[in-house]
Design a protein around this ligand. Sequence first.
Ligand SMILES: Nc1ncnc2c1ncn2[C@@H]1O[C@H](COP(=O)(O)OP(=O)(O)O)[C@@H](O)[C@H]1O
Ligand code: SF4
Ligand SMILES: [Mg+2]
Length: 317
Amino acid sequence: MPLLDISDLCVRIPTPEGEVHAVRAVSLRIERGEIHGVIGESGCGKTMTGMATLGLAPKGARIEAARFHFDGADLREQAKALRGKRIGMIAQDPAAALNPVLSIARQMDDVIRAHRTLPREARRREAADLLAATGLPDPGRVLKSYPHQLSGGMQQRVVIAQALATGADFLIADEPTTALDVSVGAQVLALLRKLVAERGLTVLMITHDMDVIAEACDRATVLYAGRSVETGPVEAVLQKPGHPYTRALLAALPDAAPHGARLAAIEGSIPPPRTRIAGCAFAPRCPKAMPVCAAEPPPERARDRHTWLCHLPEDAA
Ligand SMILES: Nc1ncnc2c1ncn2[C@@H]1O[C@H](COP(=O)(O)OP(=O)(O)O)[C@@H](O)[C@H]1O
Ligand code: SF4
Ligand SMILES: [Mg+2]
């Protein structure tokens, strides 16, 4: 049984201008112990999928799904209870995730105290151990510091240590390296891989960067306009992509593109989230589009555990 099991998730958000269809039909199956990348252009619904899983969808949002389960629990009812216990979050901007006026010692202690009953000295040791586990060289000094005294990479390690302090075994990392320098970002990805291996964690890694998928992930799901359009082992998705959108994402990456660059332009843009879409949402931009594409929802194609949605037959991919 997958740890996270989402089928046809749909998130609608009320706004004064009408309902926004932030997530239309996302399916996501994440097995224990894997790093599962979710990739797509900005606005495809990556963050909202993560937020709904954390029970943090905006007020008034309507969440529907055929399945929305974490370890057997229905997230429609239990997401809030699981957040900060089993499910942790690593945000894009560590500086914003930390409180600027409190020392790291105080912020680590607040998290540890909320989850464990330990005497003060033991909590301090635990905080130092967790900081050391994230590769911070001098935990004693880090504990005495305030966020602004740490580099972005160190701050992100503190945020990861806080997530570990909750005891969470499933982490949702939303663009965790986007705010960091390339080499620092690579170190944070290496740290996440190490923690997954050593502590049996499972990670949902949200990114717009194919390099992050290639470097850090075991499996990947591609989102387009609020739908999951392709999913499979990373090697299959990167080397034999089935969906023309995934192919366009990969083709748009010039070899010389600086690591961490925004997905280079694919002509056109994603449909706005208020549009009704009858067939394949990618049809207006797809070089292979056929008349049926705009009219009818594409069927699922499969090669082993690699699946995608497209009207083109498997062998055309
Ligand atoms: N609070 C909100 N209110 C209205 N629309 C939203 C809100 N949050 C996100 N959206 C819309 O939902 C869509 C998906 O957003 P998001 O999940 O943030 O995309 P991504 O993380 O892939 O860039 C976008 O069109 C975005 O404008
Ligand atoms: S269904 Fe048609 S438009 Fe959509 S990706 Fe496949 S070929 Fe392109
Ligand atoms: Mg986002």
